[in-house]
Design a protein around this ligand. Structure first.
Ligand code: AMP
Length: 111
């Protein structure tokens, strides 16, 4: 499967579709999931086009991967979740339940 530049998260990144933004820096955008499954349910997406976590892990350079995970940690801290419990999930492929084919993490918490 090839990356589709017109997927919904690509459109959010281009500003063509609005989102409820939580955090943004040069590397990531984070926004509230439109259909929350927990009290806190946000999505964290890289600004670069990766299909899924495998594409990201295989093809993103080390600096970008490092910056991505540092951004995830920054978001966790900003939301006050570092000392609380939370879940991070990602779906990979249709068989893994992925619906939007731009790599994203779900960050879920009950606060
Ligand atoms: P998945 O690809 O299975 O990880 O799921 C995609 C997630 O994106 C789902 O939890 C949707 O509720 C969420 N989603 C889809 N469209 C939007 C949108 N426009 N804004 C925010 N979240 C969305």
């Amino acid at each position: 499967m090839r990356y589709d530049k017109e997927n919904i998260f690509a459109k959010i990144l281009k500003g063509e579709i609005p989102c409820d933004k939580v955090f943004e820096n040069n590397n990531v955008l984070s926004f509230k999931d439109i259909n929350p499954q927990a009290k806190t349910h946000i999505l964290i997406i890289p600004k670069r086009p990766f299909l899924d976590i495998s594409d990201f892990l295989q093809n993103a350079d080390n600096l970008y991967q490092s910056n991505f995970w540092k951004s995830v940690d920054e978001i966790i801290n900003i939301l006050g979740l570092r000392d609380k419990g939370f879940q991070i999930k990602t779906h990979k492929g249709k068989d893994g339940g992925q619906e939007v084919f731009h790599f994203h993490l779900h960050l879920l918490a009950e606060i």
